[in-house]
Design a protein around this ligand. Sequence first.
Ligand SMILES: *Cc1c(COP(=O)(O)O)cnc(C)c1O
Length: 220
Amino acid sequence: MIKDNVRSFLSAMPKKNGYGEDITLLAAVKTQTPAAINEAIEAGVKVIGDNHAQEFRDKFDQINKDAQRHFIGRLQTNKIKYLLGRVDLYQSIDSLHIAQTLSDKSTSFGIVSNILLEINGGDEKSKGGFALKDAEKAFKDISSLPGVKICGLMAMFPATDDEKLIFRLASDVRKTYDELKAEDENITTLSMGMSGDWKVCVDAGSNMIRIGTALFGKRS
Ligand SMILES: *Cc1c(COP(=O)(O)O)cnc(C)c1O
């Protein structure tokens, strides 16, 4: 079932966005078993993303090495130890403090960790992330840290059926992304879109979509 879902999702998904950039499908694997995750990878998923640091560590060795592993959950400083050296990209860096802590711990570990800055696309109180208006300042502050490398932005949007609203918010994020990209060639990833809003996000210029429900079914 997962295999079929992944194959049909991949064949329906556009290969490129309106900027001519390849679109990457990330499978959001929270609560999924290693067997289910491996099934998705065998069907063509190249990137997986988990939200829970301990689960990430516990499942790590059981998951097919062909996929890149991203961390997409809220990062807590005391959980970084489970993730160091195992995460290809931390998508959810949502404060200067967490970036500094990750940078310090990465440096002690002898690595540079790849990160995205998380944007709170609808300025919702219930969600983490930088306000878009603060992204440039956060980029400047965090760029100077030696243990992390900023590779782009990740954004979350309100859960709403109002596609015009999502398109407008996602387009605003794309604009800021383009400004940062013009300053820094390492900026290549704009992660926007989940099962409910990925099409609108791709229309607005996303080049990575994070999909859980549409691949694995509803989470219990
Ligand atoms: C779970 C999750 C997703 C995927 O959500 P679905 O609606 O199940 O596709 C995407 N991004 C993040 C950060 C998530 O935690």
